[in-house]
Design a binder for this molecule. Structure first.
Ligand code: SAH
Length: 339
Protein backbone atom coordinates (compact mmCIF):
# COMPACT_ATOMS: atom_id res chain seq x y z
CA UNK A 1 0.00 0.00 0.00
CA UNK A 2 1.13 3.54 -0.69
CA UNK A 3 2.96 5.40 2.05
CA UNK A 4 1.10 8.66 2.65
CA UNK A 5 4.44 10.45 3.07
CA UNK A 6 5.26 9.60 -0.58
CA UNK A 7 2.59 12.01 -1.83
CA UNK A 8 2.70 15.68 -2.64
CA UNK A 9 -0.19 17.77 -1.40
CA UNK A 10 -1.46 18.17 -4.98
CA UNK A 11 -1.50 14.38 -5.43
CA UNK A 12 -3.51 13.85 -2.26
CA UNK A 13 -5.92 16.61 -3.34
CA UNK A 14 -6.35 14.83 -6.64
CA UNK A 15 -7.03 11.58 -4.80
CA UNK A 16 -9.81 13.17 -2.73
CA UNK A 17 -11.38 14.81 -5.78
CA UNK A 18 -11.40 11.49 -7.60
CA UNK A 19 -13.14 9.95 -4.62
CA UNK A 20 -15.85 12.60 -4.43
CA UNK A 21 -14.38 14.26 -1.39
CA UNK A 22 -13.46 17.87 -0.85
CA UNK A 23 -9.99 18.91 -1.90
CA UNK A 24 -9.23 20.57 1.43
CA UNK A 25 -9.28 17.17 3.16
CA UNK A 26 -5.75 16.79 1.84
CA UNK A 27 -4.66 19.84 3.78
CA UNK A 28 -6.26 18.41 6.93
CA UNK A 29 -4.44 15.13 6.48
CA UNK A 30 -1.15 16.97 5.90
CA UNK A 31 -1.70 18.81 9.20
CA UNK A 32 -2.04 15.51 11.00
CA UNK A 33 0.96 13.84 9.47
CA UNK A 34 3.39 16.78 9.29
CA UNK A 35 2.41 18.98 12.21
CA UNK A 36 0.93 16.58 14.74
CA UNK A 37 2.84 13.55 13.44
CA UNK A 38 0.19 10.99 14.34
CA UNK A 39 0.75 7.28 13.79
CA UNK A 40 -2.74 6.33 12.53
CA UNK A 41 -5.51 7.73 10.39
CA UNK A 42 -8.00 6.86 13.13
CA UNK A 43 -6.57 9.65 15.29
CA UNK A 44 -7.57 12.31 12.75
CA UNK A 45 -10.51 13.55 14.76
CA UNK A 46 -11.71 16.26 12.37
CA UNK A 47 -12.29 13.75 9.55
CA UNK A 48 -15.48 11.77 9.00
CA UNK A 49 -15.58 8.00 9.29
CA UNK A 50 -15.89 7.83 5.50
CA UNK A 51 -12.72 9.79 4.91
CA UNK A 52 -10.83 7.77 7.51
CA UNK A 53 -11.98 4.53 5.86
CA UNK A 54 -10.93 5.86 2.49
CA UNK A 55 -7.49 6.62 3.86
CA UNK A 56 -7.16 3.28 5.62
CA UNK A 57 -8.15 1.44 2.45
CA UNK A 58 -5.63 3.22 0.26
CA UNK A 59 -2.67 4.36 2.32
CA UNK A 60 -0.54 3.64 5.31
CA UNK A 61 1.39 5.99 7.54
CA UNK A 62 4.62 4.11 7.15
CA UNK A 63 7.33 4.87 9.60
CA UNK A 64 10.76 3.44 9.96
CA UNK A 65 11.67 0.97 12.59
CA UNK A 66 14.47 2.20 14.80
CA UNK A 67 16.89 -0.69 15.18
CA UNK A 68 19.82 0.89 16.99
CA UNK A 69 20.53 4.32 18.41
CA UNK A 70 24.13 5.30 19.17
CA UNK A 71 25.19 8.46 20.94
CA UNK A 72 28.54 10.16 20.48
CA UNK A 73 30.51 11.89 23.24
CA UNK A 74 29.76 15.18 21.45
CA UNK A 75 25.99 14.56 21.55
CA UNK A 76 25.66 13.48 17.91
CA UNK A 77 23.25 10.59 17.49
CA UNK A 78 23.21 7.94 14.83
CA UNK A 79 20.05 5.99 14.12
CA UNK A 80 20.00 2.71 12.29
CA UNK A 81 16.58 2.39 10.69
CA UNK A 82 14.95 -0.71 9.24
CA UNK A 83 12.97 -0.39 6.01
CA UNK A 84 9.96 -2.63 5.34
CA UNK A 85 12.00 -4.79 2.94
CA UNK A 86 14.68 -5.52 5.55
CA UNK A 87 17.28 -3.06 4.30
CA UNK A 88 18.93 -0.86 6.90
CA UNK A 89 19.93 2.77 6.54
CA UNK A 90 21.65 5.31 8.76
CA UNK A 91 20.57 8.80 9.80
CA UNK A 92 22.63 11.24 11.85
CA UNK A 93 21.29 13.89 14.20
CA UNK A 94 23.60 16.71 15.28
CA UNK A 95 23.23 19.26 18.00
CA UNK A 96 24.56 22.79 17.46
CA UNK A 97 24.28 26.00 19.44
CA UNK A 98 21.80 27.19 16.78
CA UNK A 99 19.57 24.09 16.87
CA UNK A 100 19.39 20.53 15.63
CA UNK A 101 20.30 19.32 12.19
CA UNK A 102 19.77 15.98 10.56
CA UNK A 103 21.71 14.21 7.84
CA UNK A 104 19.36 12.00 5.83
CA UNK A 105 20.03 9.07 3.54
CA UNK A 106 18.60 9.05 0.01
CA UNK A 107 19.41 5.55 -1.28
CA UNK A 108 20.17 2.06 0.02
CA UNK A 109 23.84 1.85 -0.98
CA UNK A 110 25.31 4.05 -3.71
CA UNK A 111 26.54 3.51 -7.27
CA UNK A 112 28.88 6.45 -7.51
CA UNK A 113 31.86 4.44 -6.30
CA UNK A 114 33.87 7.31 -4.79
CA UNK A 115 37.05 5.57 -3.68
CA UNK A 116 37.23 7.25 -0.29
CA UNK A 117 33.66 6.69 0.89
CA UNK A 118 32.16 3.86 2.93
CA UNK A 119 28.62 4.42 1.68
CA UNK A 120 29.30 2.98 -1.77
CA UNK A 121 30.75 -0.31 -0.61
CA UNK A 122 27.31 -1.82 -0.91
CA UNK A 123 26.23 -0.97 -4.47
CA UNK A 124 22.91 0.77 -4.80
CA UNK A 125 20.15 -1.67 -3.94
CA UNK A 126 17.36 0.79 -4.47
CA UNK A 127 16.24 4.37 -4.17
CA UNK A 128 14.46 5.53 -1.06
CA UNK A 129 10.97 6.80 -1.68
CA UNK A 130 10.17 10.42 -0.79
CA UNK A 131 8.37 9.12 2.28
CA UNK A 132 11.33 7.04 3.41
CA UNK A 133 13.55 10.10 3.27
CA UNK A 134 10.91 12.12 5.13
CA UNK A 135 10.31 9.45 7.75
CA UNK A 136 13.92 9.74 8.88
CA UNK A 137 13.10 13.25 10.08
CA UNK A 138 9.68 12.42 11.52
CA UNK A 139 10.99 9.36 13.37
CA UNK A 140 14.10 11.10 14.67
CA UNK A 141 12.03 14.00 15.99
CA UNK A 142 9.78 11.52 17.72
CA UNK A 143 12.63 9.50 19.17
CA UNK A 144 14.44 12.58 20.29
CA UNK A 145 11.56 14.79 21.31
CA UNK A 146 13.05 17.91 19.71
CA UNK A 147 12.25 20.00 16.65
CA UNK A 148 14.81 19.54 13.90
CA UNK A 149 15.37 22.77 12.01
CA UNK A 150 18.17 21.98 9.55
CA UNK A 151 18.33 19.19 7.01
CA UNK A 152 21.25 18.03 4.90
CA UNK A 153 20.76 15.38 2.24
CA UNK A 154 24.29 14.09 2.79
CA UNK A 155 23.77 10.61 4.15
CA UNK A 156 24.13 7.43 2.14
CA UNK A 157 23.42 7.75 -1.58
CA UNK A 158 23.53 10.24 -4.41
CA UNK A 159 20.39 12.39 -4.19
CA UNK A 160 20.52 13.43 -7.86
CA UNK A 161 20.49 9.73 -8.80
CA UNK A 162 17.03 9.66 -7.13
CA UNK A 163 15.84 12.96 -8.50
CA UNK A 164 12.05 12.71 -8.58
CA UNK A 165 11.72 11.30 -5.08
CA UNK A 166 14.18 13.90 -3.85
CA UNK A 167 12.04 16.67 -5.33
CA UNK A 168 8.86 15.39 -3.68
CA UNK A 169 10.71 15.11 -0.39
CA UNK A 170 12.08 18.66 -0.69
CA UNK A 171 8.65 20.06 -1.49
CA UNK A 172 7.09 18.39 1.57
CA UNK A 173 9.99 19.33 3.83
CA UNK A 174 9.93 22.98 2.82
CA UNK A 175 6.24 23.67 2.22
CA UNK A 176 4.26 25.60 4.79
CA UNK A 177 1.69 22.80 4.51
CA UNK A 178 4.36 20.19 5.20
CA UNK A 179 7.24 20.15 7.69
CA UNK A 180 7.90 23.82 7.05
CA UNK A 181 11.67 23.79 7.26
CA UNK A 182 13.08 26.95 5.70
CA UNK A 183 14.59 26.46 2.23
CA UNK A 184 17.82 28.03 3.38
CA UNK A 185 17.95 25.49 6.18
CA UNK A 186 18.00 22.61 3.71
CA UNK A 187 21.07 21.51 1.73
CA UNK A 188 21.33 18.94 -1.03
CA UNK A 189 24.76 17.58 -1.85
CA UNK A 190 25.77 15.97 -5.14
CA UNK A 191 28.94 14.32 -6.40
CA UNK A 192 28.49 16.31 -9.62
CA UNK A 193 25.91 14.81 -11.97
CA UNK A 194 26.00 17.71 -14.39
CA UNK A 195 22.66 17.35 -16.23
CA UNK A 196 20.88 17.05 -12.90
CA UNK A 197 22.62 20.14 -11.50
CA UNK A 198 21.22 22.03 -14.49
CA UNK A 199 17.77 20.56 -14.07
CA UNK A 200 17.89 21.50 -10.40
CA UNK A 201 18.99 25.03 -11.34
CA UNK A 202 15.92 25.29 -13.58
CA UNK A 203 13.68 24.58 -10.57
CA UNK A 204 14.97 27.87 -9.10
CA UNK A 205 14.57 26.73 -5.52
CA UNK A 206 15.96 28.60 -2.56
CA UNK A 207 17.31 25.33 -1.17
CA UNK A 208 21.10 25.19 -0.81
CA UNK A 209 23.22 23.17 -3.17
CA UNK A 210 26.58 21.64 -2.29
CA UNK A 211 28.95 19.98 -4.74
CA UNK A 212 31.55 17.42 -3.75
CA UNK A 213 34.57 18.55 -5.73
CA UNK A 214 37.48 17.21 -3.68
CA UNK A 215 40.13 18.01 -6.26
CA UNK A 216 41.49 21.03 -8.14
CA UNK A 217 42.04 19.16 -11.42
CA UNK A 218 40.86 16.16 -13.43
CA UNK A 219 43.96 14.12 -12.80
CA UNK A 220 43.35 13.99 -9.05
CA UNK A 221 39.57 13.89 -9.30
CA UNK A 222 39.74 10.90 -11.65
CA UNK A 223 41.62 8.99 -8.97
CA UNK A 224 38.95 9.71 -6.40
CA UNK A 225 35.61 9.85 -8.17
CA UNK A 226 34.59 7.71 -11.15
CA UNK A 227 31.82 10.21 -11.92
CA UNK A 228 34.56 12.58 -13.10
CA UNK A 229 35.07 10.41 -16.19
CA UNK A 230 31.49 11.12 -17.23
CA UNK A 231 31.42 14.75 -16.09
CA UNK A 232 34.91 16.23 -15.80
CA UNK A 233 35.70 19.33 -13.78
CA UNK A 234 35.17 21.84 -16.63
CA UNK A 235 31.61 20.58 -17.02
CA UNK A 236 31.01 20.84 -13.27
CA UNK A 237 32.27 24.43 -13.30
CA UNK A 238 30.06 25.14 -16.27
CA UNK A 239 27.06 23.72 -14.37
CA UNK A 240 27.93 25.90 -11.35
CA UNK A 241 27.90 28.95 -13.63
CA UNK A 242 24.56 27.88 -15.05
CA UNK A 243 23.13 27.42 -11.55
CA UNK A 244 24.32 30.89 -10.60
CA UNK A 245 22.78 32.62 -13.57
CA UNK A 246 19.51 30.83 -12.93
CA UNK A 247 19.27 31.25 -9.16
CA UNK A 248 21.72 33.96 -8.18
CA UNK A 249 22.61 31.76 -5.23
CA UNK A 250 25.92 30.75 -3.75
CA UNK A 251 27.06 27.14 -3.97
CA UNK A 252 29.00 25.24 -1.32
CA UNK A 253 32.02 23.36 -2.59
CA UNK A 254 32.94 20.38 -0.46
CA UNK A 255 36.60 19.46 -0.43
CA UNK A 256 37.92 16.59 1.64
CA UNK A 257 41.55 16.94 2.66
CA UNK A 258 43.51 13.75 2.06
CA UNK A 259 47.14 13.47 3.11
CA UNK A 260 49.45 14.51 0.24
CA UNK A 261 46.99 13.64 -2.49
CA UNK A 262 45.04 16.93 -2.60
CA UNK A 263 46.06 18.89 0.49
CA UNK A 264 49.24 20.68 -0.60
CA UNK A 265 49.60 24.41 -0.97
CA UNK A 266 49.91 24.05 -4.74
CA UNK A 267 46.52 22.29 -4.75
CA UNK A 268 44.99 25.15 -2.79
CA UNK A 269 46.35 27.66 -5.30
CA UNK A 270 45.04 25.58 -8.19
CA UNK A 271 41.63 25.46 -6.51
CA UNK A 272 41.62 29.24 -6.10
CA UNK A 273 42.32 29.60 -9.81
CA UNK A 274 39.61 27.11 -10.74
CA UNK A 275 36.94 28.80 -8.65
CA UNK A 276 37.93 32.38 -9.35
CA UNK A 277 34.98 34.65 -10.04
CA UNK A 278 32.40 32.11 -8.88
CA UNK A 279 30.13 32.81 -5.95
CA UNK A 280 31.17 29.79 -3.92
CA UNK A 281 31.97 28.87 -0.40
CA UNK A 282 34.53 26.15 0.22
CA UNK A 283 33.87 23.70 3.01
CA UNK A 284 37.08 21.86 3.87
CA UNK A 285 36.50 18.47 5.48
CA UNK A 286 39.47 16.62 6.96
CA UNK A 287 39.20 13.14 5.50
CA UNK A 288 37.73 10.48 7.75
CA UNK A 289 39.62 7.27 7.28
CA UNK A 290 37.64 4.28 6.10
CA UNK A 291 39.10 0.79 6.61
CA UNK A 292 38.58 -0.28 2.99
CA UNK A 293 40.17 2.84 1.46
CA UNK A 294 43.91 3.53 1.09
CA UNK A 295 43.76 7.24 1.99
CA UNK A 296 45.02 9.03 5.08
CA UNK A 297 43.69 12.13 6.76
CA UNK A 298 45.51 15.34 6.01
CA UNK A 299 47.87 16.46 8.78
CA UNK A 300 46.56 19.28 10.94
CA UNK A 301 49.33 21.60 9.81
CA UNK A 302 48.56 21.02 6.14
CA UNK A 303 44.85 21.52 6.73
CA UNK A 304 45.62 24.92 8.15
CA UNK A 305 48.02 25.91 5.40
CA UNK A 306 45.39 24.91 2.85
CA UNK A 307 42.72 26.92 4.61
CA UNK A 308 44.98 29.97 5.02
CA UNK A 309 45.96 29.85 1.36
CA UNK A 310 42.32 29.96 0.32
CA UNK A 311 41.56 32.81 2.71
CA UNK A 312 44.60 34.85 1.69
CA UNK A 313 43.46 34.56 -1.89
CA UNK A 314 40.04 35.92 -1.12
CA UNK A 315 38.02 32.72 -1.03
CA UNK A 316 35.20 32.12 1.42
CA UNK A 317 36.12 28.97 3.28
CA UNK A 318 35.70 27.04 6.50
CA UNK A 319 37.56 24.13 7.96
CA UNK A 320 34.71 21.93 9.09
CA UNK A 321 34.29 21.11 12.73
CA UNK A 322 33.53 17.48 12.94
CA UNK A 323 30.95 15.57 14.87
CA UNK A 324 30.19 11.95 15.54
CA UNK A 325 33.58 10.56 14.63
CA UNK A 326 33.67 8.13 17.56
CA UNK A 327 30.44 6.45 16.45
CA UNK A 328 31.31 6.29 12.73
CA UNK A 329 28.71 8.92 12.00
CA UNK A 330 31.03 11.45 10.39
CA UNK A 331 31.07 12.25 6.65
CA UNK A 332 31.70 9.23 4.51
CA UNK A 333 31.43 6.78 7.37
CA UNK A 334 27.80 5.79 6.90
CA UNK A 335 27.00 2.43 5.40
CA UNK A 336 23.93 0.60 4.23
CA UNK A 337 23.42 -2.79 5.74
CA UNK A 338 21.29 -5.77 5.07
CA UNK A 339 19.61 -7.96 7.64
N1 SAH B 1 26.50 11.66 -2.86
C1 SAH B 1 26.42 13.01 -2.37
C2 SAH B 1 25.93 13.03 -0.95
C3 SAH B 1 26.89 12.46 0.05
S1 SAH B 1 27.37 13.79 1.02
C4 SAH B 1 27.74 13.69 -2.56
O1 SAH B 1 28.67 13.05 -3.02
O2 SAH B 1 27.85 14.89 -2.34
C5 SAH B 1 28.65 13.19 1.91
C6 SAH B 1 29.87 14.07 1.81
O3 SAH B 1 30.90 13.42 2.55
C7 SAH B 1 30.36 14.19 0.39
O4 SAH B 1 30.97 15.43 0.17
C8 SAH B 1 31.38 13.10 0.36
O5 SAH B 1 32.28 13.24 -0.69
C9 SAH B 1 32.01 13.25 1.71
N2 SAH B 1 32.77 12.07 2.14
C10 SAH B 1 32.65 10.82 1.68
N3 SAH B 1 33.51 10.01 2.30
C11 SAH B 1 34.19 10.78 3.17
C12 SAH B 1 35.19 10.51 4.13
N4 SAH B 1 35.65 9.29 4.30
N5 SAH B 1 35.65 11.53 4.87
C13 SAH B 1 35.14 12.79 4.71
N6 SAH B 1 34.17 13.08 3.85
C14 SAH B 1 33.71 12.11 3.07
Amino acid sequence: MTNIYDLKLSELEQFFLENDEKKFRAQQVFDWIYKKKVHTFDEMSNLSKNVIDLLNNNFEIKVLEKVVETRSVDGTMKFLYGLPDGNLIETVLMSHDYGYSICVTSQVGCNMGCRFCASGILKKKRNLSAGEIMSQIIESERAFGKRISYVVVMGIGEPFDNYDNLMTFLENANSSKGLEIGARHITVSTCGIVPKIKEYADEQLQINLAISLHAPNNEIRNQLMPINKAYPIEQVIDAIRYYMTKTNRRITIEYILIDELNDQKEHALELVKLLKGLNVYVNLIPYNEVIEAPFKRSKRENQEIFYDTLKKNGMNATLRKEQGHDINAACGQLRSQNL
